[in-house]
Design a protein around this ligand. Structure first.
Ligand code: CUA
Length: 347
């Protein structure tokens, strides 16, 4: 009996010790998590362009104001509980109730509202320099990207990746092919809905070259969380060269293996995908004319290389269940590698 009791108290002591350790660890993990969101490829707190900067400044002004007011109210509440009697009597006076309860919030909220209108109005105004126009169409669960070919530029269709020149304002026409999505690019611009039957315009620009991540921000079905994209900001000359290269038809196979891959591609993939310069002209899925040159695969969820291409072809339903591409698991190993190498060669 005594043995059982000492076992139980030892167990209880161990549980309490573990709980104490968790109480110390959890706040540390929470703070680490917060810090992790402060910088990197996808952070509203690390703006990399003027439009994102306006949003970040607005957020900091609201956060700082809110924190100061919270501290003031907490101090007054502490006074009302713990201060000497005559202080508490003063706090209960009509002047503070009218001044602090009606006039102060009225003035502060009006000022913040006006400031918010001015700050967000600046992001909505058309830029002074001619913007680069790009159309982005949300689909379940990827992004179709059109460069419409205005001002002498080639018309291009690509997917899941935007390339933009550093320093030039960009105007994104946001549409959807199916349900409501939301285009969110925290480091460069804001967030805007893609609504069926509408075109919303989001403006952004990048101050320096880099790769930035964006994410669909509205629940749009099972794979909403795997609907990301990358934006590559390039020096203007590099961007012009990229645009010119993207306008070319696909690379012809350079090896026998690539040729075998191309034959398989035309037989199995051409109904849904386009590769310009070949018979493949499907439009259900992403245009793959230059798929090998992209940063990521499957809307930002995989790095782009021969291994991930082969894995995606063979098990896309395992990697992103419910997406519109079936898993092609009947290819032999050699066929899969040939197909993946051909696609990687499409630079
Ligand atoms: Cu598209 Cu969420």
């Amino acid at each position: 009996m005594r043995g059982e009791r000492s076992d139980a108290s030892a167990t209880r002591a161990a549980v309490e010790q573990r709980a104490r350790r968790m109480r110390r660890v959890i706040p540390a993990l929470f703070v680490l998590g917060l810090l992790a969101a402060c910088s990197g490829q996808q952070s509203a707190l690390d703006p990399q362009g003027p439009y994102a900067q306006q949003t970040a400044t607005l957020a900091w002004v609201l956060f700082t104001g809110g924190t100061l007011i919270f501290a003031l109210v907490a101090a007054l509440a502490a006074c009302a509980i713990f201060a000497p009697r005559q202080w508490r009597a003063a706090l209960g006076g009509k002047a503070l109730i009218v001044g602090g309860g009606i006039v102060f919030p009225g003035v502060v909220l009006t000022a913040l509202l006006v400031y918010t209108f001015v700050a967000t109005g600046a992001t909505g105004r058309a830029p002074s320099a001619a913007p680069l126009q790009i159309e982005v169409i949300g689909e379940m669960w990827w992004w179709r990207v059109h460069y419409p070919g205005a001002d002498g530029m080639p018309h291009l269709v690509t997917a899941n990746e935007l390339r933009i020149p550093v320093g030039r304002p960009v105007e994104l026409a946001l549409k959807t092919a199916d349900v409501i999505h939301s285009f969110w690019l925290p480091s460069l611009g804001g967030k805007l809905y893609m609504i069926p039957g509408r075109t919303n315009v989001l403006r952004l620009s990048a101050d320096k070259a880099g790769v930035f991540r964006g994410q669909c921000a509205e629940f749009c079905g099972a794979q909403h969380a795997r609907m990301a994209l990358y934006v590559v900001a390039m020096p203007p000359a590099e961007f012009a060269a990229w645009l010119e290269a993207q306008a070319l038809a696909a690379q012809e196979p350079r090896t026998a293996e690539h040729a075998g891959g191309k034959t398989l591609f035309l037989a199995h993939c051409a109904a849904c995908h386009t590769v310009r310069g070949t018979a493949a002209a499907g439009t259900l899925g992403p245009d793959l004319t230059h798929v090998g040159s992209r940063v990521s695969l499957a809307a930002g969820i995989l790095p782009n290389n021969v291994g991930t291409l082969a894995g995606w072809i063979a098990s896309s339903q395992h990697l992103k269940p419910g997406n519109r591409m079936p898993s092609f698991d009947a290819f032999s190993g050699e066929e899969l590698v040939a197909l993946a190498r051909y696609m990687e060669s499409l630079q």
